[in-house]
Design a protein around this ligand. Structure first.
Ligand code: SF4
Length: 353
């Protein structure tokens, strides 16, 4: 793990650095979500400047951007909205990187940032925008509005100059400290050091040592360990958090083992390659033909296939219908899903469903 103390820190990295002062973005890992965010940003800026957008969007994306534009116009209450790239540059004291906000309303001391996807923490990023803008506009208070357009949800952060400066300077100081230590956090999988980081390796070593100790003490110890953990929420939480680190190592190791076995089927003792299995399918066009011939019913086919996700249906609708907007008679319901999410706490992780 090669930590750089003089790296250029981007505004968008501040929430991650607030969790772990050693975090670095994986190079070249922008991904599909980031590309979609860039498309929505371009459409949002075009909407605010009342220019015709050249970006192609799905129906629900158009609705998300239209909501964000209308929300900004409401907040502006007639004041001038800056949204051109060159008007939205933000220079934050202590940072070399020049940030770019999505929109600024100087008269209302407001900065606005469009976000796609789930609600996440961006407080530290917008604190840096607020700090830069307070310098630029000689203000002592600034409001940052995050527009989570897919969910049509607004999250607002307000800062005095002193609050923003304290927050940003604290993160920069910790991130530039040559003695800084990595802290396991929710951003580890996005970090350049995800497979080499000392904190992660130690988590794997500790968990492995525990498993080896249990192995040596036989069957009884397995039962004892599980029962003890089940009775102790803090212990089970900590164990699961550490065990999650294994996923990244396992993926990398599995790839390596596959590679070795492809070259030599005996290369890794205890493992062999199995060619991917197949499962029987009935092709969609055959189903359409059978329904059209009246051999089977649509309700039977749809019942067997189950509900379609709202996103998939909207995509289908926008592909098939020129009208775009879905009529109200089509109900979009919800299905409850439960999954474990590690949330930030100082001592232990909580899980929510
Ligand atoms: S892998 Fe996690 S703990 Fe390690 S440097 Fe990256 S963010 Fe920090």
């Amino acid at each position: 793990m090669d930590l750089m103390t003089n790296k250029t820190i981007r505004h968008s990295s501040l929430p991650k650095l607030a969790e772990c002062p050693c975090f670095e973005n994986k190079p070249g890992e922008a991904g599909a979500a980031a590309a979609r965010g860039t498309r929505l940003d371009a459409a949002f800026r075009a909407g605010l400047s009342q220019e015709k957008s050249t970006v192609e969007l799905l129906v629900e994306e158009l609705a998300a951007v239209a909501w964000a534009v209308a929300t900004v116009e409401d907040l502006a209450r007639g004041a001038k909205i800056l949204s051109a790239d060159e008007e939205c540059k933000v220079r934050t004291p202590g940072m070399e990187h020049v940030g770019t906000a999505d929109a600024i309303i100087p008269e209302r001391f407001l900065v606005l940032d469009l976000k796609s996807g789930q609600v996440r923490n961006y407080r530290e990023q917008v604190a840096a925008y607020a700090l830069g803008l307070m310098e630029q506009y000689f203000a002592d208070r600034w409001t940052c509005v995050l527009l989570f357009c897919d969910l049509q949800k607004v999250v607002t952060h307000e800062f005095t100059y002193a609050e923003a400066a304290e927050l940003v300077e604290g993160i920069l100081k910790a991130a530039r400290d040559p003695e800084r230590k990595p802290v396991l956090c929710d951003y580890c999988n996005w970090c350049a050091f995800s497979t080499s980081c000392k904190a992660r390796v130690e988590a794997v070593v500790e968990t492995t040592a525990l498993m080896v100790a249990v192995e040596r003490n036989g069957e009884d110890a397995h039962g004892w360990m599980l029962e003890t953990m089940l009775e102790d929420p803090a212990m089970v939480g900590n164990f699961l958090k550490q065990a999650k680190v294994f996923d990244v190592f396992r993926e990398a190791l599995e790839e390596r083992v596959k590679q070795l076995l492809e070259e030599d089927s005996e290369a890794v003792p205890g493992w062999r390659l199995r060619s991917g299995g197949t499962s029987e399918v009935v092709f969609g066009d055959d189903l359409v033909r059978l329904v059209s011939a009246g051999t089977i019913s649509w309700s039977g086919v749809v019942g067997a296939l189950g509900n379609m996700s709202g996103k998939k249906f909207r995509e289908l609708w926008s592909r098939e219908m020129a009208t775009g907007e879905m009529p109200a008679v089509i109900r979009v319901g919800t299905e409850r899903k439960a999954s474990l999410v590690a949330v930030k706490t100082t001592k232990s992780k909580e899980f929510k469903s």
